[in-house]
Design a binder for this molecule. Structure first.
Ligand code: IMO
Ligand code: MG
Length: 428
């Protein structure tokens, strides 16, 4: 039985939520391995919209086992809000959500530091405290989920952290200091509510793997936001790539059978950082309004541009992708000409592989290939054969350029409006 990673092939917001929701039907377990509530995964079922930030998108399927791995950083308040929101919509959680003991807590000082440090860094973070929580994890001063279950230990760790953090808040950021008792009692209250979900996720997931259950590893963000392989420093603070599934859940690489990359038929990015195919003109605005490109987490307008296959090809390599899900094809329906970026031009040189020098990425000119648009609606098409001829030409050209097959094509936000040529769980 296969275990499949679903990973973003661009800068996040590729439509991973919808693809995970579709594949979750055939999975026994859906597990998140990194990031935090910076993610925003939108799933539309029977015209009902669900936006998930922390809990795997598989939760919408009744009874599906959902796990949050050690690689995720968790703001308990956000988690509780999400649990309660789902419960109020009739979604069962209590017997099927498991949270790793080793996942790290986002503390109130993390989001303050995140916002304060933005003034000098200007990364355009979500301001949710994600980066500073990972800083503490790597500095070995972080507070983990398991600490929440031991009130004495939690208090001890909080005291130690808070004395340093209050110094930083007061002296460096000229910000108000935080009160120990207030945080302590708040977090003990959280422990009461989420204690029952906390467990050894690594042991549990490996048990399910042994039992031959289908496992779906849910990536958040995207390859170009990966802390090691993305457009550093304009990245998030975790390993969003497929390899992150191993460290972020405690499973061996031999347990992964396939990697499905999710890419939009065009490109978007939120926050700062280089974006070679960005369209700052009317066309970019048009893509934004047609594609409703506003952040699911912060509501920020997303920057929009043509599909960049230099980026997607790079993602195919870094993740060892075995297939691609192409989303939002329908947003390109009306354009008479569609552009695909096949390389970058900078100071007389052509780059066909992703350059890492920020000078190149910021200043290069995209080299475009122009394809004829199909100018017909593809909304709701469910079979590849039913697509307009020119849309098929476009898809086949993208396949050739990125070097991997497009297995799934999304033709609207709705669950059913999807062409599935190859389901990684069924056609393994
Ligand atoms: P999903 O899972 C899009 C971006 C932020 C910022 C940078 C760092 O919905 O695809 P952070 O708060 O993580 O320290 O911000 O990363 N970013 C995302 N952009 N989708 C996401 O997640 C993102 N998560 C973080 O905008 O540029
Ligand atoms: Mg997002």
């Amino acid at each position: 039985m296969p275990n499949i990673v679903v990973v973003g092939a661009q800068w996040g917001d590729e439509g991973k939520g919808k693809i995970i929701d579709i594949l979750a039907k055939d999975a026994g377990v859906v597990a998140r391995y990194q990031g935090g509530h910076n993610a925003g995964h939108t799933v539309v079922v029977n015209d009902e919209e669900y936006i998930l930030h922390l809990i795997p998108s598989g939760i919408i399927h009744p009874g599906k086992i959902c796990m949050i791995g050690n690689g995720v950083v968790i703001d308990p308040e956000a988690l509780i809000g999400e649990i309660e929101g789902l419960k109020s919509r009739g979604i069962a959680i209590d017997n099927n959500l498991f949270i790793s003991k080793n996942s790290h807590l986002i503390m109130p000082y993390h989001s303050i530091i995140d916002k304060e440090s933005e003034r000098s860094k200007s990364i355009g973070t979500t301001g949710r405290g994600i980066g500073p929580a990972y800083v503490d994890k790597v500095a070995r001063t972080g507070i983990r989920m398991s600490d929440l279950l031991d009130s004495h230990l939690f208090r001890e760790k909080l005291e130690l952290n808070l004395s340093n953090m209050n110094y930083l808040l007061y002296n460096v950021y000229k910000s108000e200091q935080l009160d120990l008792e207030e945080i302590y009692s708040k977090y003990m209250g959280y422990a009461q509510k989420i204690g029952k979900y906390i467990t050894d996720v690594s042991i549990l997931i490996n048990k399910y793997i042994e039992e031959n259950m289908n496992i779906l590893f849910e990536g958040a963000q995207g390859t170009l936001l990966d802390v090691d392989h993305g457009t550093y420093p304009y990245v998030t603070s975790s390993n969003a790539i497929a390899g992150g599934a191993c460290t972020g859940l405690g499973i061996g690489p031999t347990k992964i059978d396939g990697v499905l990359g999710v890419s939009k038929a065009y490109t978007t990015r939120v926050g700062s950082g280089p974006f070679p195919t960005e369209l700052k003109d009317k066309l970019g605005n048009d893509l934004r309004s047609k594609g409703r490109e506003y952040g699911a987490t912060t509501g920020r307008p997303r920057r929009c541009g043509w599909l960049d296959v230099v980026v997607v090809r790079y993602s195919v390599i870094i993740n060892g992708m075995s297939g691609i899900a192409l989303t939002k094809l329908d947003i390109l329906d009306e354009y008479p000409k569609i552009k695909i970026c096949v390389g970058y031009k900078y100071k007389g040189n052509i780059y066909n592989e992703m350059p890492h020098e920020s000078s190149v990425l910021w200043n290069c000119e995209p080299v475009y290939e122009e394809i004829e648009g199909w100018q017909e609606s593809t909304v709701g098409i469910k079979r590849f054969d039913s697509l307009p001829k020119k849309a098929k030409v476009y898809i086949r050209r993208v396949e050739d350029l990125v070097g991997v097959k497009i297995d799934i094509i999304s033709t609207s936000q709705r669950r059913d409006d999807t062409i599935i040529k190859r389901n990684p769980f069924r056609d393994y």
